[in-house]
Design a binder for this molecule. Structure first.
Ligand code: NAP
Length: 291
């Protein structure tokens, strides 16, 4: 019988959750891994794990799901705007169930001065975890490099990338490296540490545009504007107000303010491998970029 701690990964059917479980299995983890999801049928294909229903809107159900769990990875949910309540339920349920350690996927510099409108959800969760008295590891994941695959194709198609980041740099990190950091955190004893998880270097939009042009052969001009012009242009192009205000403008302001200009050794510290560069991720998705 294994003496390894029992691990629980919430949101296991999401992109990150699946990658965390795969990372744990790639290291031959021989303790029990429990995959928590709102819809266990989505994980019917997952081998070597126990699947339990886990929904942060159902505290009693979550307490049952956490029975016998030693370490609980709380993956922040995608319910932006309403998720703090669910995250707090997750922490309370962990306490009731006697979970011994918590790891949580947060964001860089989520303190109240952040321009990011959902930062308080992460900061509030971090504070609740610290107040719970349960040993923790906070993983402040920088923006996924893969986010660029959502914005770059459109910019490449028009030849222009409008930005109010004013040269601000971002330490983009690939989703797989975030998963490795989270898996590594579960394999190490929690020591009440907060890591900012980043790629190997912080890069500017101009540098990213140059990489994208080199990979696709399509010219991409970076057009620096102010926040108001950026918002007006995006809204005129039909982008929903919610996306413009909470993502496009807020993210550029946040970059301009240096809040994501971060390059740390967290991936290597937690997992033992160097994180992928922005260029390596874009090369791997070259076809999607040019699409
Ligand atoms: N750093 C970044 O750039 C960045 C970008 C995107 C997202 N994120 C954050 O990182 C998280 C993981 O990223 P991802 O790529 O894996 O996102 P994703 O594929 O969209 O996954 C969303 C996750 O939210 C979970 N979830 C939603 N409602 C829930 C509830 N009521 N109770 C428990 N879990 C719930 C889902 O779990 P089930 O469906 O399995 O229940 C799923 O794991 C996101 O949810 C978001 O908070 C960060």
């Amino acid at each position: 019988m294994t003496t390894q701690p029992t691990l629980f990964v919430s949101g296991a059917s999401g992109h990150l959750g699946r990658l965390v479980i795969a990372a744990l299995q790639s290291r031959g983890y021989d303790g029990k891994i429990i995959a928590g999801t709102r819809d266990p049928s989505k994980l019917a294909d997952l081998k070597g794990v126990e699947v339990r229903k886990a929904d942060f809107t159902d505290k009693a159900g979550l307490v049952s799901a956490l029975a016998g769990v030693d370490k609980f990875l709380i993956i922040s949910t995608d319910q932006i705007g309403t998720r703090l309540a669910g995250h707090l339920v997750a922490v309370e349920a962990a306490k009731v169930a006697g979970v011994k350690e918590i790891a949580y996927t947060s964001m860089p510099n989520p303190e109240p001065t952040s321009a990011i409108t959902f930062a308080p959800e992460h900061f509030g969760t971090e504070e609740a975890i610290k107040a719970s008295g349960i040993p923790y590891t906070i993983l402040r994941m920088n923006w996924y490099t893969e986010n660029l695959l959502g914005s770059l194709p459109g910019a490449l198609a028009s030849g222009k990338w409008y930005s109010s980041a004013a040269g601000g740099r971002t330490g983009y990190v690939s989703r797989i490296d975030c998963a490795r950091a989270a898996a590594g955190a579960l394999l190490l004893p929690a020591a009440n540490k907060t890591y900012t998880v980043t790629g190997p270097a912080a890069v500017s939009n101009a540098e990213i545009a140059a990489i994208a042009t080199r990979l696709t052969g399509k010219p991409l001009e970076l057009v620096e504007v102010d926040d108001a012009s950026l918002a007006a242009g995006a809204k005129a192009a039909g982008v929903p107000d919610f996306v413009v205000d909470n993502f496009i403008v807020a993210f550029d302001r946040n970059a301009r303010e240096g809040k994501v200009d971060l390059a740390t050794d967290a991936v290597e510290t937690l997992w033992g491998t160097k994180p992928e560069s922005v260029e390596a991720v874009l090369v791997a998705h070259k076809a999607a970029l040019a699409a």
